[in-house]
Design a protein around this ligand. Sequence first.
Ligand code: ZN
Length: 193
Amino acid sequence: MRVLENHRLEGVQFLPSPNCDERSAAADVTLVVIHCISLPRGEFGSKVPSALFTNSIDFYRYEELKDLDGLRVSAHVLVERNGEVTQFVPFDKRAWHAGVSTWQGRTNCNDFSIGIELEGTDDSEYEDIQYDVLTAILTALFARYSAISFGNVVGHAEIAAGRKTDPGPLFDWRRLFSKLAKNVPSHKSSNSS
Ligand SMILES: [Zn+2]
């Protein structure tokens, strides 16, 4: 997998989200934020997360999600339980995923981050294929965006403490980083920052 000239992942379906805008500095991509989502909560394979990111949830069918009507959010990429990947926003644009957030003293993490959603919940294990696909995506991002390295891959909970808990305690960071370490040059794998 690699990132093409137009800041999209090669070979990945692209479903454009209107919920995005320009970054204040286009070159400023320095952080990756890992999230999880399931809609309705705990239901997998519904495709409703993709509908959320494209403002197309069928609220007649999903009446219990009515609170989400009018919500304008997105992620750059969604990885479903079966490993299917969809990109909604090119990486050079700002997706609306982090909300009120701070990383290393900088606020508004959407400005300078890439948001990746895993289909899942805080209290369920992730699928093996989701780790495989996430590793492939991150490897491609590391190769393309020089400022991104191990120390700049965080969970939503880390940048929105007290407000967000995803991707949750069952997300295996050690497993992710050990898979990644096999793919990326060693100067990128220092986790000291
Ligand atoms: Zn999140």
